[in-house]
Each structure stands twice: as C-alpha cells, then as structure tokens.
Design a binder for this molecule. Sequence first.
Ligand SMILES: [Zn+2]
Ligand SMILES: [Zn+2]
Length: 345
Amino acid sequence: MKAAVLKAVNEIGCETVAAPTLAPGDLLIKVRAATICGTDIRILRGRKTAGVRYPSVLGHEFSGEIADTGGHSQFHVGEAVAVCPAFACGSCDACTRGAENLCRNLVAMGYEIDGAFADYVRVPAQGVASGNVFPLPQGLSFEAAALAEPLSCVINGQERVGVALGDTVAVLGAGPIGLLHVQLAKLSGASKIIVSQRSALRREAALAAGADHVINPQDENVVERVRALTGGAGVDVAICAIGDPGLANDAIRMVRPRGRVSLFAGFVKGLQAELDVNAIHYSELVVTGAFGLTRRQFGLALDLIASGKINAPSLISHRFPLEDFTAAVATAEQGSAIKVAITST
Ligand SMILES: [Zn+2]
Ligand SMILES: [Zn+2]
C-alpha cells in the first residue's frame, strides 16, 4: 500500500510500504479521508516530539470503510466509520475520575501507533473493544466525518472553560480550530463573538463562521478593542487558539472579573512564559488548559456535524491524493488554506 512515511524531522514522503499486519481482534480500515492537523505540522517540523517515532505514519483525523472486521460481528466489510483515535486504559486515576482524555496510559493513533496518512490503517483490538470505532451517521461525508476529531477537542476545550448562553467570547486565532470554536460558541448561545486574526482570508472565514467582530492584531490593540466592544467590561471567555505564550497575557487582560481563559492551543515543548499573575489574582480569573478528547465528545461531534449544526465541510479548503502528500503539507503551511484533506475513492 501507499503511505506518507515520516522518517525524520522535515522528512516525509509518499512511498510503498507493507500493509498493516493484523493481530486477532484488530480492525482494518481503508482510509477515505484524512485531514492535516496543526499537530501533524508541528511534529513534521520538530516542534513536537513527545510520543513521536521514526519512521512512522501520522494522521489522527480520519474516516473510511472497514476492510477487515477482525471478527467483530457488530461491524461489516464496507461499513463507513470514524475513529476516536485516543485509546484510554479505563483503570488509571485519570480514567476512573472520568478524564479519559488525560489517561496515563493513553495510546494515540498517529503518534504511538501508525495513523491514517495511508491507504489502510489498523485499529488495534483495544480501540475496538473500548468502543472507539463509530459508524458514520447516514449521509455524512467521509471528509466531514474526519473533522469529528478536531471538533471533539474543541468541545472538550469549551466544556473546560464553560461557554454558556449569553456569554461574550473572544477567540484568538482563526485557523480551523479557531473557526470551530466560533461555530461551537455560537451554537452554545454566545451573545457576542470577537475574533483576532492576522490573515484577511481567515478574518473573512471567521465572519462566515459566525463571529460578530473581527480584529486585525497588526492594526489594533486587541485587548483595548475587545474591552471597547464589551462596554469596557471585557469578555466572559477568552480562548487562545494559537500556541503563542505572549497571547496568554492578552487573553487574561481581555476578560471581565471572574472571566475564564482557555489555553487551548499546544505550545512548543519546554516553553515558559511570564504571566500577569496579579490580573488572575485580583480579578478571580479561571485559567484552564485543554487536551484531547473523550469518546462521548467524539460521538457528540459526529452528531453535530451530521445534523449540520456545525458546518464542517465549510472548513475544507483543499483536497489532495495521498501521492501528493508533500504538496498537501506545503499548502497546509501557507496562509491561504483552512483545512487540507487527503482523500481517496
Ligand atoms: Zn488534530
Ligand atoms: Zn487510563
């Protein structure tokens, strides 16, 4: 089969490799759509190294058709499925407290085991047994279903930070993740959504996704503008959808007293930042992170996409066959793309 093999930092290309060997209970999926994530780019460029192996196959946002059921009678060959790509152990202290996304023994597809930038991908028996394989709701396209993974992470982020009816929300960054935050905040009943983003194209996309105001941080002071747009009070919730520690202070300074801040985007390993701790202290702010997703959030994400409440297809700006993986990455890295999908028929 063909696969985009990551051989080292900055070294990836499509080549012919052996198809995955299946152990008893493993499922085999013919990949129909896999989308490129910011995390894939960070891994390729060496900005994320935890859990990364060389050589390996990346790709954790995907859907496809079952090619081998692994003996599981609830599935059939040819069935359309999506996979929640993180497998929790179910018994560590994080799992028993209901935070399976923070499982100490987490096994993630596209990291610890090979992912979906390939013709076929293996889902280990553990992931099938734990209910991580989801049949696609009727009528849901493969590429839209691939976006259930990033949407799940966004749902997790907003559950942590708490976006409620009537809240004012600022989203810093309008890449695919920022745009999903905008759509989800709108769906949750946010009364005003303000987006800060340098690229004009992405500011347009933010307005289309439901933002009420967009700010170009190169032209304006974002904190002052957000305060002006909220009658001087500041927003209820600020979400950092760009992994820039400098933005954390902007976020802290643009929320109202008792406001909430989500450091949603990942940062470069080892990065430290100076935080305005007095702003947190005196205004009783809540600052939270967000990592990964749960099976419940994945099921919800599939439903929200299938019902059209979240418009996932609007995010896919480019499509490439697996053979052109290098060109797909180049496109994903330049500013004119929103989400790049690797598709096959
Ligand atoms: Zn991702
Ligand atoms: Zn666990």
